[in-house]
Design a protein around this ligand. Structure first.
Ligand code: DGJ
Length: 685
């Protein structure tokens, strides 16, 4: 007998249908009316057969089966102890439904059990997981989170790729027959392929059209398969990169998070921002302005200079001082000492306390850098425990370093003890947790080990916030963001590049968890010199901080930075809960976003003029997410525009248009130089 199950949120419906064998997702799309006839929906979805086909269409189930002649990639590939491919005959066992927002389906086969779990979370995101258990050990090659059909509504895949200092690049490509397989094989969620994808409906853009957003909550490698079958059906699968094919009796995928939007990419992006924000570990409020000394002094630690830097940082408005790499072992450059987490008494003869006391006397908290999962061959730890290294002895190093095998309890114990000793002996409220090399091979046990260590440290030091950094944005995913409060989005503090990276990362990342700093005048990753006004406002779009040597600032630069920092402090509370909407600028040289308060009462627009426009005058910028019937008072913050010689209402004072006018007619900004940014504040009247 065929059964139906239904999960709903305000904007979408999932319908599952199944009989004796594995169920399939019959429908995932815009919300269906209550009382929809699911049997009729099922009947409507039945497909014909024709020549050159099997006599029935093999089901595109929650775990498509090769045994049933499914013509695409199967949802599970596993081998028994004898090496034979498993071809279980699944039989429905039971379903569990809880409080209308959770559902589990359970199946049984000879010596195996398979379950699919679905839940509707806060923010209207659907999560889905698969669990497989066996009575005897099996070898797992692939297990997908519940496999979803992809409706023909979706034309394009918006794929995410990136690189060091070039995170979160979006690639839009048509979905065509065959497979698009993306795999992050470097062991981290990675710069290269963050575990995130969007399927865009006909003509979908930031603010309109149907979009299916997906992300996989896992900090290790993942694989995504998007496949259009010869019969026209399409499927999407997400799961771990298995690497060494684990042998065991229990396997689960991580959660696949799914957002269905009918309001373009922003609908999915906002749902993900809210989901991630709600799952962050507790953190200090208001969010303190950071100062991080890395780009000021690198490994050159000197108490007198750092005290002077701290004085100036505090004067600019910093509220937390983070001492970066170089305080431990004999770490004078990046060739040694990872693993030796004892204070370097050559640089710090009286320990870190003199700096911490000074920083605290200025009213700032203190944070410290670690890179726990790594080891240099030039370290006491390596000399004592060469066997703690992950991977083969002849592997290629990365930044002259190797990874510790985090699946080993003795490695985790060592790191826990070392980090705890430093945290217990000092008043430290923040860790910048770095991870600067790719794994020698993908390894899920490594990620589990890291999670275990982070969980243990968080339990022992609940007051200490943790930032995830991996050469900038090499480990940004929903798994790490339930253990860390903030990510270091990129090692690029070039404000123009940051403007773009922040814009695209906002499809997923909430502002409150996204670190953004004002770097040195000459950017160390691009060599570019950009005006302080742009640098400061780009940092003020997210969790603000400074990273330059403040001794290099001119009076004018310091005054601008102080002013923007004061603005950020006055606005940080509501911005910490705000939704970020990417605006569809008609001008490709404009990168603009609107941050809308949770209660809809206020907003701010950051409109970056990243390059010179093709046309001579700015095109109107249409806003998004506002109440069409409400009136808003809008004000352009003062800016200097030598190119502007007309008379614009906005530069003369505030205006009070309706949300509808702002969203359909838009705002006309003055003619601007490239590499500038305009800030528009809005208040609902
Ligand atoms: C890479 C990080 O992304 C930088 O911010 C800095 O912490 C260095 N590592 C330190 O080695």
């Amino acid at each position: 007998m065929r059964q139906y199950w239904r999960l709903d949120d305000a904007g979408w419906t999932l319908v599952l249908a199944g009989g004796e064998g594995l169920a399939e997702a019959l429908y995932l799309g815009p919300r269906l009316p209550d009382g929809e006839d699911l049997a009729a929906l099922d009947a409507l979805s039945r497909r014909d057969v024709t020549g050159g086909m099997l006599d029935e269409n093999p089901p595109l189930s929650l775990c498509p089966e090769a045994r049933r002649s499914f013509p695409g990639q199967p949802g599970m590939v596993a081998y028994g102890a004898d090496g034979a491919l498993l071809a279980p005959v699944w039989a429905f066992e039971r379903s569990e439904e809880y409080e209308e927002d959770r559902l589990a389906l359970h199946y049984r086969a000879e010596r195996l059990r398979l379950s699919f779990h679905f839940a509707v979370t806060y923010a209207g995101v659907l999560t889905a997981e698969t669990a497989l258990t066996s009575d005897a050990p099996i070898r797992l090659h692939w297990l997908a989170a519940p496999v979803l059909p992809v409706s023909g509504v979706y034309d394009d895949l918006i794929d995410t790729n990136g690189r060091w200092i070039g995170e979160f690049q979006l690639n839009r490509k048509p979905i065509t027959p065959g497979i698009i397989q993306r795999e992050a094989r470097n062991g981290r969620s990675g710069h290269e392929h963050p575990p995130l994808a969007f399927l865009a409906g006909h003509g979908a853009n930031n603010n309109s059209g149907q979009v299916l957003g997906l992300h996989y909550d896992w900090s290790g490698g993942h694989r995504m398969v998007l496949e259009e079958l010869p019969d026209g059906r399409r499927q999407i699968q997400f799961g771990h990169t298995t690497g060494s094919e684990p042998v065991g009796t229990e396997f689960t995928t991580e959660k696949l998070s799914i957002a269905v939007s009918q309001s373009g990419l922003n609908g999915a992006g906002i749902a993900f921002q809210r989901q991630i924000r709600a799952a962050l570990p507790p953190f200090r409020k208001p969010r303190p302005v950071h100062y991080n000394c890395w780009e000021a002094i690198y490994f050159d630690h000197d108490l007198a200079s750092l005290k002077e830097i701290a004085n100036r940082a505090a004067d600019l408005g910093a509220e937390r001082f983070v001492l970066d790499d170089g305080w431990f072992g004999k770490r004078d450059d990046d060739t040694s000492s990872l693993g030796d987490w004892d204070i370097d008494h050559r640089k710090w003869p009286d320990g870190l306390s003199p700096l911490i006391d000074h920083v605290q006397s200025l009213g700032m908290g203190f944070g410290l850098w670690f890179e726990p999962e790594m080891i240099n061959e030039s370290s006491d730890l390596y000399r004592a425990h060469p066997d703690w290294v992950l991977g083969p002895g002849d592997q290629i190093t990365g930044r002259q370093q190797l990874c510790l095998d985090m699946s080993k309890p003795e490695v985790r114990r060592y790191l826990f003890d070392k980090i705890s000793a430093v945290l217990s002996a000092h008043d430290i409220d923040y860790i910048k947790w770095d991870h600067n090399r790719l794994l020698p091979h993908p390894d899920a046990a490594q990620t589990r080990g890291i999670y275990a260590l982070l969980d243990d440290l968080r339990a022992a030091f609940p007051e200490v916030e943790i930032e995830s950094c991996a050469s900038g944005g090499g480990r940004i995913d929903a798994g790490i963001l339930t253990r860390c409060n903030r990510v270091w989005l990129s090692d690029s503090n070039d404000a123009l590049e940051r403007l773009r990276i922040q814009h695209d990362a906002a499809l997923f990342l909430p502002g409150v968890a996204t670190g953004s700093h004002v770097g040195p005048r000459v950017c160390h990753t691009s060599g570019r010199t950009l005006p302080m006004r742009l640098r400061a406002w780009v940092a003020a779009q997210r969790h603000m901080g400074f990273e330059m040597d403040p001794r290099e600032l001119t009076e004018d630069e310091a005054a601008t930075l102080k002013e923007v920092t004061a603005w950020w402090k006055a606005n940080r509370d509501w911005m910490a809960e705000a939704d970020i909407l990417r605006l569809d600028a008609d001008d490709p040289s404009v990168i603009a976003e609107l941050q809308l308060a949770e209660n809809g009462q206020r907003f701010v627009v950051f409109a970056g003029q990243a390059a010179t426009s093709t046309q001579i005058l700015p095109r109107p910028l249409r806003l998004a997410g506002l109440d069409p019937d409400a009136r808003y008072e809008i004000t352009l913050l003062p800016e200097t525009n030598p190119l502007s010689r007309g008379k614009l209402a906005l530069t003369d004072g505030s205006l009070t248009p309706t949300g509808q006018a702002l969203m359909t007619a838009g705002i006309t900004l003055p003619a601007r130089f490239p590499e500038t940014i305009s800030i528009i504040e809005g208040t609902r009247l």
